[in-house]
Design a protein around this ligand. Structure first.
Ligand code: FMN
Length: 204
């Protein structure tokens, strides 16, 4: 499965965990890795180029830190411009049909800060529901987001290394058609510890 990682982080000079994840993703054979803020420092997204690139892949991974309960703004801009009517949805808009949509999101607050009884009032899956609805509209199967809570101040930590390793393992399995797509759609979120059980050694 040809896998495209679209990475969006506007403050990379301060990044620990996404920096480690990006390094891990770039080491996987078969992954096309794109740093959207490096490609479009002036936000002038090349729609035709982005659409062509989507057509050349079977799975799209959106890697980003949660910012104000949402994606960084360039990733929203990318959605607004690239996922056009008659390309991604609507009349004749089935170009992305069947391609996988996978979020890889890092979240500063702990898991306990999310959910109906928490001070944030909503779960992370609920905050990400516009992305799930967008995937649905584009006929793209939506996998449970690969998630890290408590993502702050993790430089050099085992947690960060485990998360980056889990990410690499997931991407390798996707590229080798060994990732259990059905099972990875069932939970609300996926964590590094869940990844080994989702790898199907029998298929390739
Ligand atoms: C502008 C901004 C907005 C943020 N918004 C949220 C948020 O809504 N919820 C949250 O849990 N963390 C939030 N964070 C924390 C980031 O998610 C966290 O810094 C990031 O996941 C850490 O990854 P990194 O080391 O790769 O930068 C925010 C951080 C910044 C800078």
């Amino acid at each position: 499965m040809k896998t495209l990682v679209l990475y969006a982080h506007p403050r990379q000079q301060h990044s620990n965990v996404n920096a480690a994840m990006s390094k891990a993703a770039q080491s996987v054979d078969g992954v096309s890795f794109v740093d959207l803020y490096a490609r479009y420092p002036r936000q002038n997204i090349d729609i035709d180029y982005e659409q062509k690139q989507l057509l050349e892949h079977d799975a799209v991974v959106f890697q980003f830190p949660l910012m104000w309960y949402s994606t960084p703004s360039l990733l929203k801009e990318w959605q607004d411009l690239v996922l056009e009517y008659s390309f991604a949805y609507g009349e004749g808009g089935d170009s992305l049909s069947g391609k996988l949509w996978i979020n890889a999101v890092t979240v500063g607050a702990p898991e306990s800060a999310y959910g109906s009884k928490s001070h944030n009032k909503y779960s992370l899956a609920e905050f990400l529901s516009p992305l799930k609805a967008t995937a649905n509209l584009c006929h793209m199967p939506y996998l449970a987001p690969y998630t890290l809570f408590s993502s702050l101040n993790l430089a050099g930590s085992e947690t960060m290394k485990d998360h980056a390793y889990g990410y690499k393992t997931m991407l390798e399995a996707l590229c080798a058609d060994k990732f259990d797509i059905k099972a990875s759609q069932k939970p609300d979120l996926l964590f590094a510890a869940d990844i080994p059980a989702l790898i199907n050694e029998a298929s390739s």
